[in-house]
Design a protein. Structure first.
Length: 461
């Protein structure tokens, strides 16, 4: 008899796990209440990055005069462009529907049974959906998270918004106040600033993305200021609105007025009402499911993946957790999750990509390392494309040359981090990276040159 697997949640952690399990010969049932794809497809990654990709085109238009491109009447190309927000969001919703449908089609073609509805654990090996009980040899919980609501700042979906509600806008906000300068806040603030909104970003620290590489964070902070964005330090205590706009009161008494406000202040896991504690699944003080490096919870046979675990809020990590969980549950070879190998990206303009250890972590661990940093403006391909911002940083061991980590800031940094991610994962040295051929001219040439600068000449007797 085939092992029975029940997966609760159809986001990256859930649907990737389902595909692994069915390939291993399991009988797989996936339960989803809102639509396949989870936040990553429906309300977060796919839609938000589409908004950002749209905004990025305007930066290309702004570079047009420098490249010798103008309208026939001699007018500046960028100044003649406007943004149709209704069309932008209509396209986004179409992409979301298509991506969700593609996932459904793939699951169906692989023999995964999908059930719509609310699920809860009646026991570690029994999931109840409506009035139907599903017995399982292994259960995976991939229930995701939702925007955190600050008391006194409740969203209304019209002027006071969470990151799930922006896609119903039919007009570009005249003045968008973004509360929260983490990844979500920075990405949307940057995008709407480029689209043409006046933007005020409320940051709890002295710079945006305070958890990112300090050089990258400082660089993006300056870029935002140069583009006319207003940065305000503080925390929101309340938000009120009328027909004309919103008023955001900060804890220090400052009041900001705008047309709309986006509350980007983190998320909370969707772990209530699932019968987890009764089934022996332990939660931490924030309601997150405790898991180990192979995605096991404290209940035998029950695994968890994605944002509901709080391990790292990335779709790639959720998918990896789900795949690892099924491999472990079904007796396949397992490589435990290693967060030191995770590559991440902030989709601002410019993008900020990172992999491996940060400089702060290397300092804390007392490792002997060197840093090589090169600006993209030196790169010939960047000059051709009119790119004058961004950089590559590589951290390498002083003696062995092993690549500990790296940061790339610039257009498509999410694509350019891959060779450095490979270097970290495979314990390559800076000489290994520098010795691989790059195309000339290419932006990746800066990665090779930065690695080459960390080469050490050893003295031999």
């Amino acid at each position: 008899m085939s092992p029975r697997v029940v997966i609760v949640g159809g986001g990256p952690g859930g649907y990737e796990a389902a595909l692994v399990a069915v390939k291993a010969g399991a009988d797989v049932t996936l339960v989803e209440r809102q639509g396949l794809g989870g936040n990553a497809v429906l309300t977060d990654v796919v839609p938000s990055k589409t908004v950002i990709a749209t905004a990025e085109w305007l930066t290309i238009a702004h570079r047009a005069p420098e490249l010798g491109i103008r309208r026939p009447d001699g007018a500046d190309l960028a100044s003649s462009l406007t943004v149709d927000m209704a069309q932008v969001n209509s396209r986004i919703k179409g992409l979301v529907r298509k991506q969700s449908a593609d996932i459904a089609s793939r699951l169906a073609s692989n023999g995964v049974r999908v059930i719509e509805g609310e699920a809860r654990l009646a026991a570690p090996h029994r999931v109840v959906v409506g009035g139907t009980a599903l017995d399982a040899d292994a259960v995976l919980l991939a229930v995701g998270a939702r925007p955190r609501i600050v008391p006194g700042c409740a969203p209304d979906g019209e002027r006071i918004l969470t990151w799930t509600q922006l896609y119903d806008l039919t007009e570009l906000p005249e003045h968008l106040i973004v509360v929260g300068s983490g990844v979500t806040g920075a990405e949307f603030a940057g995008a709407y600033n480029l689209l043409g909104s006046r933007v005020t970003l409320v940051a709890s620290g002295d710079r945006v993305l305070s958890r990112e590489d300090p050089d990258a964070s400082a660089h993006l902070t300056e870029v935002f200021k140069e583009r006319g964005m207003t940065l305000v330090g503080g925390r929101a205590s309340s938000v009120t609105r009328d027909d004309a706009g919103v008023r955001v009161a900060l804890e220090d008494g400052t009041v900001l007025e705008g047309s709309h406000v986006l509350m980007a202040v983190g998320s909370v896991p969707n772990t209530e009402g699932l019968g987890l504690e009764e089934a022996g699944v332990e939660l931490d003080e924030r309601g997150l499911i405790r898991v180990d490096r192979v995605s096991r919870t404290t209940a035998r046979g029950v695994y968890a993946a994605g944002d509901c675990t709080g391990v790292l809020p990335l779709a790639s990590v959720a998918a990896t957790q789900g795949r690892i969980a099924m491999a472990h549950a079904l007796g396949d070879a397992v490589t435990p999750l290693d967060l030191r190998r995770v590559a991440s990206n902030v989709f601002t303009v410019p993008e900020i990509a990172a992999v491996g250890a940060s400089e702060a972590e290397l300092e804390k661990r007392g490792l002997f390392y060197e840093v090589s940093r090169l600006d993209l403006a030196r790169n010939p391909r960047a000059k051709m494309l009119g790119i004058d911002e961004g950089f590559v940083k590589i951290f390498g061991h002083k003696v062995t040359g092993q690549v500990f980590g790296a940061v790339v800031v610039g257009p498509r940094a999410s694509e350019h981090i891959y060779p450095l991610s490979l270097a970290v994962a495979q314990h390559l040295t800076v000489d290994d990276v520098a010795g691989a051929f790059t195309v000339y001219p290419s932006l990746s040439g800066t990665i090779s040159e930065a690695a080459r600068r960390l080469h050490r000449i050893t003295d031999e007797a």
